[in-house]
Design a protein around this ligand. Structure first.
Ligand code: ZN
Ligand code: MN
Length: 132
């Protein structure tokens, strides 16, 4: 591919921040962290590199429509739970259901590449606060 997909110093720093956390952060959050290492980096550069990293298959962009995009350092498809109170995004430790893809392919004329399935509700921490 083009020079665009080189692992530059900035890109590497962004990837490391993302691999290092499981909070599924926003671009702003990542920007604040990367700034500790590269003080003169701009938010625009962070955004641009996040998009390139996603195109490279190194990270995943989680798009929840109404809110800001969140970013995931684990690029393979897995399921998430989003809390509607604190907006936390959590990994769900259940296997990705490849059989769902087959089911659609067998019952329709679509060629399925993959699927996205999102769960939402109240996380354990927010449940606890509600009952206090
Ligand atoms: Zn919550
Ligand atoms: Mn995840």
């Amino acid at each position: 591919m083009s020079k665009n997909t080189r692992m530059t110093k900035q890109r590497k720093a962004i990837l490391e921040v993302l691999k290092d956390t499981d909070v599924h952060p926003t671009a702003d959050w990542i920007y604040e962290k990367v700034k500790e290492e590269i003080p003169n980096i701009s938010l625009g550069t962070v955004y641009r590199n996040l998009n390139v990293l996603s195109e490279m298959g190194e990270i995943m962009i989680l798009d929840y429509g109404s809110t800001y995009s969140r970013f995931d350092g684990v690029p393979n498809n897995h399921y998430h739970f989003q809390c509607t109170e604190c907006e936390g995004v959590f990994d769900l430790d259940i296997p990705h259901k490849d059989s769902l893809n087959d089911k659609i392919e067998n019952n329709t004329e679509f060629e399925v590449k993959d699927h996205r399935l999102e769960f939402y509700g109240i996380c354990p921490n927010c449940q606890e606060q509600d009952s206090n």
